[in-house]
Structure formats: C-alpha cells, structure tokens
Design a protein. Structure first.
Length: 241
C-alpha cells in the first residue's frame, strides 16, 4: 500500500468517499498525528497554518507537526485568532496582508475544500466577514470554502450572507447557552439559520445523545487520535444513521 507522510508544508491531493452518507472528517490539529488506521470512507481535515492578529500586525506560520496518513487530506484548515491583549487595528493594509497569508497557508495542501477556523467576539465579527470575503475571492471557484462556527451563531441571522459553502457549528465547548442548545438538538431540533444545516462538529470527549441526520460530521479529539478513540466516536455516529 502506498503511504503518504505529511510533514510541514508538504502538499497532497484529495480522496473520494465510499458511502452514500456524508463521510466522517477527522480533524488533524497542530500536533503529531498518525491516521493510517482510518477506514477508506473517512476523510482528513488537516490544519495547515496558524495566523494570530495583534495590534496592527500579525504572525503567520505553517504546520509544525507531522501527519502520517495513507490518504491525502480533503480539507486544508487555517486557524486564525486575535490576541486581545493588544487592540486590533483592522486597517485595509493589514486586511490585505492577512488575506494573502491565509490564502498561502490554505494552498499548502491541494484539496477540494478550505476551512477557516476563527472564533471572534461580536465586536470583531467584521474581521471574520472581511477575511472570508477575501479568501473566497482568492480561491478558484472549484474549491469549496468552509468555516467553523460557535454554536450560538447558528441561532442568529448574520451567517446566511457569508460567502461560504459550508458552516460547521461545533457541538462541544459551547460556552454560555451551550446546555440549552445541546438539549434542543438532542430533542430533535435544528438550527435557526438554514446555512448551518449541512455539517456539524463533535468531540470525542463530549458525547451527545442525538444529532440531525444527513450532515457532514467533523470529529475533534482533545489529544492525538488513536484507533480506539475513533472507533468509539464512529459507533456513536452510526447509531444515528
């Protein structure tokens, strides 16, 4: 069997799901990961870069940790955050530079999907909106743009206008109001925002009794993935299907 080894800034291509259900997508965050145990019908979303905004500048870097896999990732994830210790000066010049950096990091792994992972305060939403518009404008039309979302965002009315193909509400570490959101989803409810109804994210350490069907499911683990951790989550998901 041919094997792939993703070291920092090594490019790979995409794979095809083998089942009619949307495939499970395993997040490979910034830590050493060996995902050679994954079944053929699972996909990989690999964090390819990190960007931190602070004041009137930013720090950008590629992935430092190796990923070992028998299959090429299908999603390139760029994590963005704001250092709140310094007031952000979101000028047109800084916006242009950050957009260019994010696009560069997103192209490290050639893949059919780019995902922006960027949690912001309500007062910072324009930064996220601007970045998504700039990334969408810089990507080929054949590349899908995905974004993660704090669960509470999907109960509001601002996400539907974003230039993204997929919004991934995270059903873990939801913070304020999370218990009520979880309870409604477990009772068979859904998000108020229709754009949030195509995908969702679960954590291996945060079980949930029920989720809406027919969604692409991203899987998070607080530590490096193991076969037993993945199998436990997959069994729970298969019960809902």
């Amino acid at each position: 069997m041919r094997r792939f080894v993703l070291l920092p800034l090594l490019a790979l291509s995409a794979c095809k799901p083998a089942t009619p259900w949307p495939p499970l997508v395993v997040w490979a965050w910034e830590r050493p990961e060996d995902l050679r145990f994954l079944p053929e019908d699972a996909e990989i979303a690999v964090q390819t870069g990190f960007v931190e905004l602070a004041g009137d500048n930013f720090l950008a870097r590629g992935r430092h940790s190796p990923l070992r896999t028998d299959k090429p990732p299908t999603t390139a994830v760029v994590h963005v955050q704001i250092d709140d210790r310094r007031p952000l000066r979101w000028t047109p010049a800084l916006r242009a530079r950050v957009g260019t950096a994010v696009l560069h990091l997103a192209r490290v792994v050639p893949s059919p999907r780019v995902q922006i992972d960027f949690e912001v305060r309500q007062s910072q939403r324009q930064v996220l909106i601007d970045l998504l518009h700039d990334v969408r404008a810089g990507l080929p039309a054949t590349i899908s743009l995905s974004m993660t979302a704090i669960a509470s965002w999907c109960q509001e009315d601002w996400l539907g206008a974003l230039p993204v193909d997929e919004i991934v509400p995270m059903l873990f570490r939801m913070g304020r109001g999370g218990a009520a959101i979880r309870a409604r989803i477990e009772r068979g409810g859904d998000w108020a925002e229709p754009a949030c109804r195509n995908a969702l994210a679960l954590s291996a350490d945060s079980p949930i009794a029920r989720i809406p069907q027919g969604r692409r499911i991203y899987l998070f683990a607080p530590q490096s993935w193991t076969p037993s951790t993945f199998d436990a989550v997959r069994k729970r998901v298969e019960q809902w299907r």
